[in-house]
Design a protein around this ligand. Structure first.
Ligand SMILES: [Mg+2]
Length: 418
C-alpha cells in the first residue's frame, strides 16, 4: 500500500474551526482521518499539511507509523510548536485509523485492548452565583453524570469587558455586575477580557462549600484555575479547597511557572492536573518523574497525535500519574475519538473531558462517540470508528474572527496568560 494524497479539510459545524486530515491510499476506498485542530490558527495547519507533509509523505508505506512520525518531526529541522505538531497529529491519527481499518480492529485493540468498558467523563457547570452553578450541576446529575467541573463569575467578572464588537455571545450576561464595579472605575483603553483575580480567588472556596453542603461528597467535583492567578495565590487556593475533596484542580500555574509545583505539592494534598498547553516532552518530563502532578491533561493533537500520547501515557503510568486528555469544543470529534481509544486502552486512565455533540456534529462526523450514563462510549468499528461526510462538512465553512478571551487582563489593563 502507498500513500497517494494527504489533504486538510476545514469545517465549522458549531462555529468552531476544525481541521481534519485525510490520508488517501492506492487501495480503493481505503483512507484514514485524523484531528489537526488548532482552532486559533487553522489555515496555517492546513498549509503545513498541504504544502509540506503531502509532498513529503506521498508514495510512502502508511504501515510505518512510527517512522513517519519521526520523519515529520525531524524533516523541517526546526521542530515542535502548535502548527507543526497539529499537522503531524492529523497524519498520525489518520495512519492509526487506517491501520485499524486494514486490521479490521478498533484502534483500542491495536493499543492492547480494552482496560474498561467506557470512559468516565466530566462536564462543565458555570454560573454567576453559587445557586446558579448548583442548578447547572443538577442538570448534569439528572443525566447520570458522575463528575462536574465548577466555575463561577468569569474569574471575578469581565467588565466592559470584552472590547466593543468582539463580545462573545452569551458570556456577557453571565457576569455578576457587583463584581464589575471595582474595575469600572478605571477606564483602561487596552482591549481584552477583563477579570479580577482577587475577587475570583476569594469566591471559589465559598462556591465549593455551598455546593458540597447541598449535594454531599458522592459526586466528583473539579475546578480549573486556568493560570488566572499569581502563583502564590494558586497555592493558597489549593490549600483552601482541600476540605472539599476535589477530583482535581487544573492549571494552577502557567507552563512557564513550573518551579512552583514543588511548593504547591508541599503545601497541599489537592490533586493537580496540568498540561493542555504542552508541546514537548521537556515540558512534562520533570512534572511526571518528580510526581508533582496527578493528572496529565495534554491536548493530543497539540503534542503530535496518538504516537507521542501513548508513550506519554506509559511514562505517566510508571509514576502514578493518570490521564485526563484535553477535550473541549476545539478538539474535533475525530480528536475526541482518539482520546477515547486511549482512554479505553490505557491502564492509568483517569477521566475524560467532553462536550455536548450537536446534531450537526453527528451529521458531519458519523460515528462520533456517544455520551451515556456519565461515560463516553466507543463503537466497535475498525480504526477510530468515525468518518467525515465531506459534503456535509462543506456546508459549514470556517470564518476567522480574532478572539478576545486570550487577551485576558487584570483591572489595570495588565495582560495575563489566559
Ligand atoms: Mg483547562
Amino acid at each position: 500500500m502507498k500513500i497517494t494524497k494527504i489533504r486538510p479539510i476545514l469545517t465549522a459545524p458549531d462555529g468552531i474551526a476544525l481541521v481534519i486530515v485525510k490520508v488517501e491510499t492506492d487501495q480503493p476506498g481505503l483512507y484514514g482521518i485524523g484531528c489537526a485542530t488548532f482552532t486559533q490558527r487553522p489555515t496555517l495547519v492546513a498549509n503545513a499539511v498541504a504544502e509540506y507533509l503531502d509532498p513529503l509523505l506521498t508514495g510512502r508505506d502508511p504501515a510505518n507509523i512510527e517512522d513517519i512520525w519521526q520523519v515529520c518531526k525531524n524533516n523541517s529541522y526546526w521542530r515542535n510548536g502548535p502548527v507543526l505538531n497539529n499537522a503531524i497529529s492529523g497524519v498520525d491519527q489518520a495512519l492509526w485509523d487506517l491501520k485499524g481499518k486494514v486490521a479490521k480492529m478498533p484502534v483500542y485493540d491495536l493499543l492492547g485492548g480494552k482496560s474498561r468498558e467506557a470512559a468516565m467523563i466530566y462536564r462543565h457547570a458555570d454560573g454567576r452565583e453559587p445557586a446558579e452553578v448548583l442548578d447547572n450541576v443538577h442538570k448534569y446529575l439528572d443525566k447520570g453524570t458522575l463528575a462536574v467541573r465548577l466555575q463561577m463569575g468569569g474569574y471575578g467578572g469581565r467588565v466592559k469587558d470584552i472590547t466593543k464588537g468582539n463580545a462573545q455571545p452569551g458570556k456577557k450576561s453571565a457576569q455578576a455586575t457587583h463584581r464589575m464595579k471595582a474595575m469600572d472605575r478605571l477606564d483602561t483603553r487596552f482591549p481584552g477580557a477583563y477579570y479580577n483575580p482577587d475577587v475570583y480567588a476569594r469566591s471559589i472556596p465559598g462556591l465549593f462549600d455551598y455546593v458540597r453542603n447541598k449535594i454531599g461528597f458522592d459526586v466528583f467535583l473539579l475546578h480549573d484555575i486556568h493560570e488566572r492567578l499569581a502563583p502564590i495565590d494558586a497555592v493558597r487556593m489549593a490549600k483552601e479547597l482541600e476540605p472539599y475533596r476535589l477530583f482535581f484542580l487544573e492549571d494552577p500555574f502557567a507552563p512557564e511557572d513550573q518551579e512552583w509545583f514543588k511548593l504547591l505539592r508541599a503545601a497541599s494534598a489537592t490533586p493537580i492536573a496540568m498540561g493542555e498547553l504542552f508541546n514537548h516532552p521537556l515540558e512534562w518530563r520533570n512534572l511526571v518523574i518528580n510526581q508533582l502532578i496527578d493528572f496529565m491533561r495534554v491536548h493530543i493533537s497539540q503534542i503530535g497525535g496518538i504516537t507521542p500520547a501513548r508513550k506519554l501515557a506509559a511514562l505517566c503510568e510508571s509514576f502514578g500519574v493518570r490521564t485526563a486528555w484535553h477535550g473541549p469544543g476545539d478538539t474535533s470529534p475525530v480528536g475526541h475519538a482518539a482520546n477515547l481509544h486511549l482512554d479505553l486502552s490505557c491502564h492509568n486512565f483517569g477521566i475524560q473531558e467532553v462536550i455536548n455533540f450537536s446534531e450537526r456534529i453527528y451529521d458531519v462526523f458519523p460515528g462520533t462517540p456517544i455520551i451515556k450514563d456519565g461515560y463516553l462510549w466507543a463503537n466497535e468499528q475498525p480504526g477510530l470508528g468515525i468518518d467525515i461526510d465531506e459534503t456535509a462538512a462543506a456546508r459549514y465553512p470556517i470564518e476567522f474572527k480574532p478572539i478576545t478571551w486570550t487577551q485576558s487582563r487584570w483591572p489595570d489593563g495588565t495582560l495575563w496568560t489566559p
